[in-house]
Design a binder for this molecule. Structure first.
Ligand SMILES: *[C@@H]1O[C@H](CO)[C@@H](O)[C@H](O)[C@H]1NC(C)=O
Length: 322
């Protein structure tokens, strides 16, 4: 777009996040639904982090990763849901440009981190199931820590580059974003600067942070399934498969919706469908991750029982002394 063209336009400093446009009564219903979702998400994930940190029995790589994943979900759903709840209750849909970019930064970085964490977790399961004798050596505390921190650092660094480019963009409107959070495509479509470089960098980033971990995860699980199918006894097969099946459900749900939302071109008729699918990976995955990943797991359940017993005995003692 020529410079003369955008000079005439007003430069906007505020966006309107349209969210879900419904009748006022339905807004209240939506508020209640998302509020309960947020509370359950926080409770489940915080509980899991507490268990992983506090219980010595869970001080193992697989649980460290689960703890990290729960930490991530806590930030993630706070970034999206708190803003959404506030706008549902106040009816104020405005968001400053910088606020929007900050929200995008956190969401995108956390998505990148999650993709790598999921692939690290699949690698961890691959070693545990396909190379059980080498597990202790290959997954020493050091390596596990490095892999986890690498996921976090690389995600936040990569998106920082995109943000640096984004800060140089002028937005001239219209200023309505038809989504419930600040997403990349809708944001860019409101800009009137040259965004060719930004698009290329974003493409490289999304390839490195979604396709590569996706393929790595796929390879790990393929090997796992092949190994599991070779186990002669039915009960052994079931046991090995029960942990992996829950991991697999999360991976399929997460990547499935990501692919549907971002790979399939959006026509106006599919816009509302797209919003619903975005809800899957922004709201639903953080909610059900702790449920299917962890609370189905025997050791986590035992750890929870130990915590409850400890808590009850402390309460009992306080009652006795007071
Ligand atoms: C995240 O992973 C690191 C390295 O494995 C671990 O030291 C840390 O305790 C984990 N955090 C949580 C909350 O589980």
């Amino acid at each position: 777009m020529a410079i003369t063209e955008w000079k005439n336009k007003t430069i906007i400093t505020e966006f309107i996040l349209l969210g879900f446009e419904t009748s006022p009564q339905f807004q209240i219903l939506l508020f209640l639904v998302f509020l309960s979702t947020y509370i359950i998400t926080m409770a489940g994930n915080i509980l899991l982090v507490v268990l992983v940190v506090a219980d010595r029995h869970l001080h193992r790589p697989m649980y460290y990763f689960l703890g990290n994943l729960s930490c991530l979900e806590i930030f993630y759903s706070s970034t999206i849901l708190l803003r959404m709840l506030a706008s549902l209750i106040t009816g104020d849909k405005r968001l400053s440009v910088s606020g929007c970019i900050v929200q995008f930064y956190f969401i995108a970085s956390l998505v990148c981190t999650e993709c790598y964490l999921l692939s690290v977790m699949s690698y961890d399961r691959y070693i545990a199931i396909c190379k059980p004798l080498h597990y202790a050596v290959l997954m020493q505390d050091g390596l596990c820590c490095q892999l986890a921190s690498l996921s976090w650092v690389s995600g936040f660094l990569a998106i920082a580059i995109i943000i640096a480019l984004m800060l140089q963009i002028t937005f001239c409107g219209p200023n309505e974003i038809d989504s419930f959070f600040c997403d990349f495509e809708p944001l860019l479509s409101l800009s009137c600067s040259d965004i060719a470089l930004l698009k290329i960098v974003a493409l490289i980033c999304s390839f490195t942070f979604s396709m590569i971990p996706f393929v790595l995860t796929l390879i790990s699980y393929t090997y796992i399934v092949i190994t599991v199918l070779k186990i002669p006894s039915t009960s052994g097969r079931q046991k090995a498969f029960s942990t992996c099946s829950s991991h697999l459900i999360v991976v399929i749900l997460y990547y499935g919706t990501l692919i549907i939302v971002y790979m399939i071109p959006t026509s106006p008729s599919l816009k509302d469908m797209n919003k619903i699918f975005s809800l899957f990976y922004t709201v639903l995955t953080p909610l059900i991750n702790p449920l299917i990943y962890s609370f189905r797991n025997k050791e986590v359940k035992e750890s929870l029982q130990r915590l409850l017993r400890k808590y009850l005995s402390i309460v009992g003692k306080q009652r006795a002394t007071s």
